[in-house]
Design a protein around this ligand. Structure first.
Ligand SMILES: *Cc1c(COP(=O)(O)O)cnc(C)c1O
Length: 404
């Protein structure tokens, strides 16, 4: 069903060695590796039809424009957006979130409130703080529980007619918890709030349907879904994209310019100032094709076997603490060994060819909650194997031996 040997051949980087050992890449929550189809699409664009898009009458420009807009449609269909102009191409999740936050500056008033979760990535906290400072609105935080789940009772207590925007990640990058976003969206709507979901960490494992979710906004980064860095998308409901003012001024986003007055272009171009990452967007589409060919259900089922095996093996280790034990989890494990600094474990694993992440994972509030400086985070992808996990456990035991 899932031919792992064949899949691994699609990823050239998996052949390399690190410090004389075969690479074992368990840092997929930071960025995924890229299949040859995506690398080839980038090379093909620059080798054969590199040109600026939308404005050109010449053949290359028409070819590039066609490929770019076809990629937008692939993204639209992947997320099941009703209209292709509801897909705004951005440089990634951070850009998408800032675009929405900046747009809300003209919507929010002093009495208004924004709700975010305690489980957010830094890129999801700072823009809302800046927005609250500018508008006088208040920022409320949904607390989390010891298992690393959102406290939904507390969420309901925070909601009121002052709530204008709710912002939650679909999956936590530090803990892997899959949040109950449908419930969060529906409850937010009961109070007339708009809901923005950060899908950066969910989209490598789950295929979201934005119409079924009925969220106002959804965002992701291509580089976590086998695509290139510097590209991402913002889905927005048409009416909301009309309500928000343009984010940046520049070429592409205007319809007419005089020194007296500029009129803005229609959606989606209103939010796409300047020359975009053309090769990046085209290869983002190729990455989605690649993932869909494997099938998201198959990916999720395979990754669950990796997660279950790794969790079981890690639990056998003395002084092991695993953070985030929700039953709804993607293949991410954050852990510490009591008395050993996560950084020291990460360094020894690297010497043994194994890439994990150590630190606060851009989610300092979660670390503060558990009163720890950071964790070791192993995050798996569909191209990882049970054998790699066993080698990782062996290496980890060696590291613990050396450090205790
Ligand atoms: C990676 C990540 C981001 C930031 O994405 P960029 O591609 O760096 O903009 C935001 N939120 C979550 C949950 C993430 O995992």
């Amino acid at each position: 069903m899932f031919d792992i040997t064949k899949i691994r051949k699609d990823f050239p980087i998996l052949d390399r060695e690190v410090n004389g050992k075969p690479l074992i890449y368990f840092d997929n929550a930071a960025t995924s590796q890229k299949p040859r189809a995506v690398i080839n699409a980038i090379v093909d664009y620059y080798s054969n039809y590199n040109a600026n898009i939308h404005r050109g009458v010449h053949t290359l420009s028409q070819e590039a424009t066609k490929a770019f807009e076809e990629a937008r449609e692939k993204i639209q269909h992947h997320f099941n957006a009703a209209r292709s102009h509801e897909i705004i191409l951005t440089s990634g999740t951070t850009h998408s979130i800032n675009l929405v936050a900046s747009g809300f500056e003209s919507i929010l008033e002093k009495e208004d409130e924004i709700i975010v979760s305690a489980m957010e990535h830094h890129s999801n906290i700072v823009p809302w703080q800046m927005l609250c400072e500018k508008t006088g609105a208040a920022l409320k935080v949904i607390p989390m529980t010891q298992q690393g789940e959102l406290d939904m009772k507390a969420y309901e207590r925070l909601l009121s007619n002052h709530t204008k925007l709710v912002f939650v990640n679909h999956v936590s990058n530090a803990l892997g918890t899959v949040n109950p976003i449908k419930e969060i969206i529906d409850k937010g709507h009961d109070y007339g709030a708009a809901v923005l979901i950060d899908g950066a960490q969910a989209t490598p494992h789950i295929k979201p349907d934005v119409q079924e979710l009925n969220c106002e906004f959804y965002t992701c980064s291509a580089h976590k879904i086998c695509g290139p860095t510097g590209v991402g998308m913002l889905y927005g409901k048409e009416e909301w994209l009309h309500r928000l003012p343009p984010y940046q001024g520049g070429g592409e986003m205007i319809s007419e310019v005089t020194f007296e007055k500029t009129t803005y272009a229609d959606l989606p171009h209103k939010f796409e100032a300047g020359t975009p990452n053309i090769a990046g967007v085209i290869s983002f589409g190729v990455a989605l094709d690649y993932m869909n060919q494997l099938g998201f259900e198959q990916i999720a089922a395979y990754e669950k076997t990796l997660l279950d095996h790794a969790t079981k093996r890690l639990r056998e280790i003395d002084k092991m603490v695993i953070y985030g034990t929700s039953l709804q989890k993607t293949a991410v494990i954050s852990f510490n060994i009591e008395g050993i600094h996560p950084y020291d474990i990460g360094s020894i694993l690297d010497k043994l060819g194994i890439a994990v992440r150590t630190g606060h994972h851009c989610a300092q509030p979660i670390m503060d909650y558990y009163k720890i400086p950071g964790t070791v985070r192993a995050s798996f992808s569909f191209y990882n194997t049970i054998e790699e996990i066993d080698l990782f456990i062996e290496a980890l035991l060696r590291a613990i031996n050396m450090l205790s």
